[in-house]
Design a protein around this ligand. Structure first.
Ligand code: UD1
Length: 344
């Protein structure tokens, strides 16, 4: 099967962003190997991906902290053309409560992966970074040259540290190429509604909380603060469609495989360039889905950044990637996904 296909190993490939990326990789002609410990996802995602693309990705239930297990997968799979490393913990609050868990999980898994890549001669890695590395930027929209600010949580710190680890590893290994994708706020779901975000317990992120409230699972949405220095007083973010985001990974991998990267390690902002306030997002969600969302304004959430949105020019021009989905369609897809969950 797939004699000429390039093979990509995706850690965290059954997760929210991972699953959408596997679909786009397969659509672009890659053969995909998923490694996931299923700590925050289900194995049936593999079947759902298969339903969308008509191709079954290989799947290994394995933890990236099990280095021997990961080595076995590399040995078993033969030539691997690139890695996308999604597998990581991502809850800001939890990271403050359990910092060592975050450092062990997020840092060690990357170190093991880079070591294994070197052992097996795998040269290309795409890393899931975050706009959180910019903190509250001095200038908006934020470009990739903005200074990295002191992290406000262990989670944010692991993203900064992982970026540095990849930089340092590349200095010492001329064969290693890395692309760091700094995601803004991924939302929405695949248009098929076969895959989407599946938060564990009470959602921390805005859009899953909105869709669960609209579905009646939560009584009301709490808007964290309307006294910020923004036009309507609520926080501003750059909400990016998850399928657009997934496609950025495909472009990034092709760039390294075709050796078009200008530096061994490059980083790109993956956002739309459009800042939207929490209140604007709620209004749009209600309008496009023709429903009323119960919400109330409460106090600020500790650690929240007031406003951030991307300058995606460098990604648009140098990477040749651009977000194309509208916020309206994206919020429709989020609601469609939530509704089908109730029927399952
Ligand atoms: C933050 C990080 C992001 C990280 C993510 C992980 C920044 C700029 N972003 O996203 O890098 O990957 O955490 O979870 O640091 N909100 C409400 N009510 C809710 C939930 C959220 O009003 O019930 C508001 C928040 O105050 C915020 C916005 O919605 O203004 C988005 O929040 P959320 O979805 O949690 O994402 P970030 O905090 O931006």
């Amino acid at each position: 099967m797939g004699i000429n296909k390039k093979k990509i190993l995706v850690t965290g490939g059954t997760g929210y962003i991972g699953s959408h990326t596997v679909v786009e990789l397969q659509n672009a002609g890659f053969e995909v190997v998923i490694v996931d410990n299923l700590s925050n996802s289900n194995a049936d995602v593999v079947d759902r991906i298969t339903k969308i693309t008509g191709q079954k990705p290989s799947f290994y239930k394995e933890d990236c902290l099990n280095k021997v297990g990961i080595e076995k997968i590399f040995a078993n799979e033969g030539k691997i053309d690139g890695i996308i490393h999604f597998a990581a913990k991502k809850a800001v609050n939890e990271s403050v409560q359990q910092p060592l868990l975050y450092y062990r999980n997020n840092i060690l898994s990357l170190v093991y992966l880079l070591e294994t890549m070197q052992q097996f001669g795998v040269q290309n890695i795409v890393f899931s970074s975050s706009c959180t590395v910019y903190g509250q930027p001095d200038k908006l929209p934020v470009t990739e040259t903005a200074p990295i600010k002191t992290a406000t949580s262990p989670y944010g710190n692991t993203k900064q540290m992982c970026e540095e680890i990849i930089h340092d590893a590349a200095v010492a290994d001329a064969n290693l190429n890395g692309i760091l994708l700094r995601y803004f706020n991924p939302i929405g779901a695949h248009p098929s509604a076969l895959i989407g975000e599946l938060p564990n317990g009470v959602p921390m992120n805005l859009v899953p909380f909105i869709t669960q409230t609209a579905a009646g699972i939560r009584p009301e949405l709490k808007v964290f603060g309307d006294d910020y220095s923004t036009p309507d007083g609520s926080c501003i973010r750059d909400y990016i469609n998850v399928v657009d985001l997934a496609k950025a990974h495909v472009v990034a991998l092709n760039r390294m495989i075709e050796k078009k990267n200008k530096q061994q390690v490059e980083c790109f902002n993956i956002g739309t360039g459009r800042g939207l306030s929490v209140l604007e997002l709620i209004k749009t969600f209600q309008e496009v889905n023709e429903l009323t969302l119960p919400y109330k304004i409460v106090g600020r959430r500790e650690g929240d950044i007031e406003q951030i949105w991307a300058d995606p020019t460098y990604a648009n021009e140098e990477l040749g990637w651009k977000a194309v989905e509208s916020i309206e369609d994206t919020l429709r897809s989020a609601w469609k996904w939530q509704k089908q969950l109730e029927n399952n």
